[in-house]
Design a protein around this ligand. Structure first.
Ligand code: FAD
Length: 419
């Protein structure tokens, strides 16, 4: 049996990245403690890993650093009925992110992101399958495919997406409006055509899955401490220190898996990483999940519907507004309006939720050691795909911590690209 050098690891964050990393490390026999200011088993634990759309989307290689999207941004921003919104008071704080974004908004960068998203996305479902063998996923996961629909208004963008996926060998089946309605007869035909990823799976309850993985981690000997971590540092080659308001903890290595909040910690390490957040929302229409059999995403509107155990989840939109601004009623109204456009039979909604996608301006996550503190390892910035990428992130980061060799090219995910 291989002998691992690492003696102990602290992980900050018990979202899907944190628990999957913890699980893989404990399986390697490395003692692990996960920290979170919330208890992942409580009903009040609502991070991004709880409220997302539940898609496992290994096909979603194209991100938003695309010129076709950039040209539409001003129009979208000034429309009160658009998929993108701004909290205007946040713009000054967002300037560094926006400047990096503009730099990365070109064809070369778009294809670079697609290539390296594909590298990890193509491994993402297999990594989950390994975990799903160890937990009971009854009524938590469904394999019915995922449908995207669109109108003929932005066909150039749709053609680009279809072509890029085809070039990367991603399976996709284009659908006419009639074929979509055969699969989902309750939808109002306000779209022209679409695509189905027939082998795609979705979560009926992301938080239910997260809890099961967390319990598996604990059963295997992992530890959890409910604390708000305020600082960390590497004090020697073999010691890192994590501080909460009242306690100090020492580990050989520390992993930052704190989602959109990770920048509060990386700023302390002398690295200016332009992490920000794309805020997203959801509501539930209770008892209405039977209206569709699988997730349906309306691309023109930047929102989707997922049948979940909690109800029919209407979820999505992007709002640039940081971590502190209050939720926007207008965004919630927008989602409800979009949901009723596709399913006019929907009535009242519940559970208004705001969540924070952790997003870097080139739409690649950061996976790897801090530049100046090699025993502090970064695992954040998974933007729209952090749910899909949880299990593979667990494998990659645990391998880095344990000093294992990999065939993957991990250099594109280094924070070096921003320094
Ligand atoms: C509306 C919406 C829809 C989405 N839909 C999908 C989808 O369908 N498919 C998909 O793949 N992805 C989706 N995503 C993205 C995905 O949900 C996120 O990328 C992913 O959940 C991020 O996981 P994480 O573990 O990095 O962060 P989080 O889930 O945010 O977890 C971070 C944890 O760190 C803790 N933490 C932070 N700072 C500290 C600190 N200082 N001390 C202690 N604890 C701390 C927080 O409490 C939190 O529990 C969606 C996101 C949103 C918002």
């Amino acid at each position: 049996m291989e002998k691992y050098k690492c003696k102990s690891v602290g992980i900050i964050g018990s979202g899907i990245q944190g628990v999957c990393i913890g699980l893989q490390l404990i399986k390697k026999g490395i003692p692990v403690t996960i920290f979170d200011r919330h208890d992942p088993l409580s009903t009040n634990f609502h991070p991004a890993s709880y409220g997302n759309a539940g898609h496992f989307s290994p096909y979603a290689v194209l991100q938003f650093n695309r010129t076709d999207i950039l040209y539409d941004v001003p129009k979208m921003l000034f429309s009160s009925y658009g998929p993108l919104a701004l909290k205007w008071n946040y713009i000054p704080k967002m300037i560094p992110w926006l400047l990096h974004y503009l730099k990365n908004c070109n064809k070369k960068s778009m294809l670079h992101t697609a290539k390296y998203m594909n590298q990890i996305l193509s491994l993402s479902n297999d990594a989950y399958e390994e975990i799903f063998k160890e937990i009971d996923t009854t009524n938590l996961i469904k394999k019915e495919g995922i449908i995207y629909v669109w109108t003929n208004k932005n066909l150039k963008s749709r053609e680009l997406e279809i072509k890029t996926r085809k070039n990367l060998g991603i399976e996709q089946k284009l659908l006419t409006q009639k074929e979509i309605l055969e699969l989902e007869p309750n939808l109002k035909p306000v779209f022209d055509s679409g695509v189905i990823y027939e082998n795609a799976i979705h979560a009926r309850d992301p938080q239910g899955i997260l809890k099961k993985i967390f319990k598996l981690f604990i059963d295997k000997g992992g530890k959890f401490i409910q604390e708000n971590i305020i600082s960390l540092k590497q004090i020697s080659e073999s010691q890192t220190i994590i501080n909460s308001e009242s306690e100090e903890y020492s580990f050989e290595k520390t992993v930052i898996a704190s989602g959109a909040f990770s920048k509060n910690l990386t700023d302390q390490l002398g690295e200016n990483i332009p992490l920000d957040t794309e805020r997203g929302y959801h509501v539930h229409f209770k008892g209405m999940e039977h209206l569709i059999s699988r997730p349906v995403i309306f691309l023109d509107r930047g929102f989707g519907l997922t049948p979940m155990n909690q109800g029919l989840r209407a979820v999505g939109t992007v709002e640039l507004g940081g971590l502190e601004n209050p939720p926007s009623k207008k965004r919630i109204d927008y989602i409800i309006k979009c949901a009723k456009e596709l399913l006019p039979q929907l009535t009242s909604h519940e559970d208004e939720w705001l969540g924070f996608r952790p997003t870097l301006p080139d739409f690649l996550p950061i996976l790897g050691p801090s530049l100046k503190n090699k025993n502090i390892i970064y695992a954040f910035g998974h933007h729209h795909l952090g749910w899909t990428l949880g299990a593979i992130t667990g494998k990659i980061i645990s391998g880095i911590v344990a000093g294992e060799k990999t065939n993957l090219d991990l250099s594109p995910y280094s924070s070096k690209r921003f320094n």
